[in-house]
Design a protein around this ligand. Structure first.
Ligand code: HEM
Length: 570
């Protein structure tokens, strides 16, 4: 044993003196026949309680420090993550203040990344730190893929047969291209915005009122509009309207289904819901309904079938994308509406600001007949709206970015020593901790500041004086406060797997919220402004955070807007 190992062992948080004293006194207190049993019991207990500290002492000094659980080794951190949900990393970080640390559980080593400066090189190192290596097991359980499909999906994930070979590479490249700014994306967004205005006008007509939970209000419109836009007129929800509810039944119980402990008994409602949706998705592929869907879905189904997925499994593959499309957009829009309508002063300012993006047509008698909101104008001329959207996401986007270390990798960043990330470890970039860090965002990191993303150089005047709309749109969307590193804003993940739907999401969510702000009053069911709900930090959703309680609201058209036809355009 080298002298440095001995020094580490001596410095380890292990009560060596107590162990030596106990061992030495054993022979004094116990009869010879009892010594063996005692030593075995003592040894086992000491092993259980000290092994994490021993691992911490013996690990390579350049590895992220291992934090032994103070009371319950190997199980303590698992229970902590289960009990405290998304806030567990924040609790450990509050005690340790390490920029990166390791938690050991029975089956895995989890490396939590707390400093965004380290997050940047980690999300860039996609060759050795694999997103799919981590996420595919989740996907398998999420949609119930069979093993044969998983083999097809796993092919060439590390790129050993070239960067575009294999189902995943081909599909990911195609989706990124279909959803990146350009004509195809504009077409998708236009269909979506038209559908929003049609559905909202139908749901809240003339002087009628609608009593509903704010979340259900968003779910109703977004599920139908997104399914229509992305999956076409013969989408599963249009063919089987009862599936809209079932989709959200599955969403709320999917963690229990994925735990996979006799889910048909322990999580029956979401399990049955998934079964019904999967059957409809299979029909969507088998009956060729996908041929009337967006180009992205047509290409995606063709890629999946070409690589050998059965029609049944190609249908199931769509369930994961449905989550990508709707699963985050709905709760994000819910929070955005809650943050605006729950703060009358902010609502007032946003009403004034977004009115710049409206044009109107009049009937012969001079009355306003139609009002059109231009979503490009929202992005370029309405910094408060865009900033409120980004601040909303900062406060609710808690989902860690996960990576599996497929080859031992050393990561270095300015101001940090190099850290060794050993093969087999699971990395979690702790988005929630980073989003709430005072050292990153300033003293008000934990409060809601709707103007946070309006920088001193980005004002509505400046936007209107920009020459190219696309340049100003990009500037609005990327105005991080001074000195905040870009990897600190993690709502859409980062690196090569950054959410490809972020541009689509921004247009649909800004458009929908502006439409609501201009067209509707949304108040507490008991009258007046509703309270902005609290975040439910105990639940770990596979999307943005959920509220503890969903406000029950009354939705009606604003005075004077009862007969106006509202439309959204890009
Ligand atoms: C506010 C709404 C949204 C949020 C907060 C969001 C967030 C995310 C996040 C955090 C990831 C994982 C990235 C990582 O771990 O590094 C992701 C992946 C993804 N998102 Fe989104 N997303 C949203 C909307 C959308 C929409 C509307 C679409 C599609 C139209 C979409 C499509 C996808 C896809 C396909 C992936 C997987 C990327 C891949 O496998 O490479 N997302 N999203």
């Amino acid at each position: 044993m080298s002298t440095s190992t001995l020094a580490h062992l001596r410095a380890a948080n292990i009560p060596w003196l107590q162990h030596i004293t106990v061992l030495a006194s054993t022979f004094y207190f116990f009869a010879f026949s009892e010594v063996r049993t005692f030593l075995i019991l003592y040894g086992l207990t000491a092993f259980l309680f000290d092994t994490e500290a021993l691992l911490a002492a013996l690990q390579d000094p350049t590895e992220p420090p291992l934090i032994p659980h103070p009371y319950l080794p190997f199980l303590g951190h698992v229970i902590g993550m289960f009990w405290y949900g998304a806030s567990y990393f924040a609790r450990v970080n509050a005690k340790t203040q390490y920029p990166i640390f390791t938690l050991q559980t029975l089956t895995a080593r989890t490396i939590a990344v707390i400093d965004p400066v380290l997050a940047a090189p980690i999300q860039r190192a996609s060759k050795n730190l694999s997103f799919y290596g981590m996420i595919l097991e989740v996907t398998k359980r999420l949609v119930d893929f069979d093993e044969q499909s998983m083999e097809i999906i796993r092919f060439n994930l590390d790129g050993e047969h070239g960067s575009s070979e294999g189902l995943m590479n081909e599909s990911q490249e195609m989706i990124a291209s279909e959803l990146s700014p350009g004509r195809g994306l504009n077409q998708l967004s236009t269909t979506q915005l038209d559908k929003f205005s049609e559905l909202l006008s139908d749901l809240v007509r003339g002087t009628s009122t609608l009593e509903i939970s704010l979340m259900d209000f968003v779910k109703r419109i977004f599920t139908i509009a997104n399914a229509y836009t992305i999956y076409g007129p013969q989408n599963p929800f249009a063919m089987h309207p009862e599936l809209v509810h079932k989709f959200w039944d599955y969403e709320s119980g999917m963690i229990a289904v994925m735990a996979n402990v006799f889910p048909f008994i322990t999580a029956r409602k979401p399990w049955l819901a998934r079964k019904a949706i999967n059957e409809a998705l299979q029909e969507f592929v088998e009956k060729g309904y996908y041929r009337t869907a967006s180009t992205m879905i047509q290409k995606r189904v063709q890629i999946n079938l070409k690589h050998g997925l059965t029609t049944k499994m190609a249908g199931r593959a769509e369930l994961i994308l449905l989550f990508g499309v709707i699963g985050n957009a709905v709760p994000t829009t819910f929070w955005f509406l809650a943050n605006v309508f729950g703060r009358p002063a902010l609502l007032q300012k946003i009403r004034i600001e977004t009115s710049q993006a409206i044009s109107s047509t009049r009937s012969r008698d001079g009355k306003v007949k139609e009002k059109i909101i231009n979503v490009t104008d929202l992005k370029t001329k309405c910094p408060l709206l865009v900033s409120t959207y980004r601040e909303t996401l900062r406060t609710i986007a808690n989902l860690a970015s996960v990576r599996l270390v497929t080859n031992t990798h050393s990561v270095s960043a300015p101001g940090h020593p190099p850290y060794l990330l050993k093969k087999g470890s699971m990395i979690q970039i702790a988005s929630g901790v980073i989003h709430g860090s005072e050292s990153v965002w300033g003293a008000d990191a934990n409060s809601f500041n709707p103007t946070r993303f309006i920088s001193s150089t980005t004002s509505s005047e400046q936007f209107s004086s920009e020459t190219g709309a696309s340049i100003s749109a990009e500037r609005t969307a990327t105005a991080l406060p001074k000195n905040v590193p870009s990897a600190a804003y993690r709502a859409f993940g980062g690196g090569s797997v950054i959410c490809p739907g972020r541009h689509f999401a921004q247009s649909e969510i800004l458009g929908f919220v502006a439409l609501c702000v201009q067209m509707l009053d949304i108040e507490d069911v008991k009258g007046g402004t509703f309270d902005v709900p609290e975040r439910d930090d105990q639940r770990i959703p596979l999307s943005v955070m959920k509220p503890v309680k969903e406000p029950q609201v009354v939705v009606k058209r604003r005075k004077g807007e009862e007969d106006v036809i509202w439309r959204l355009e890009l």
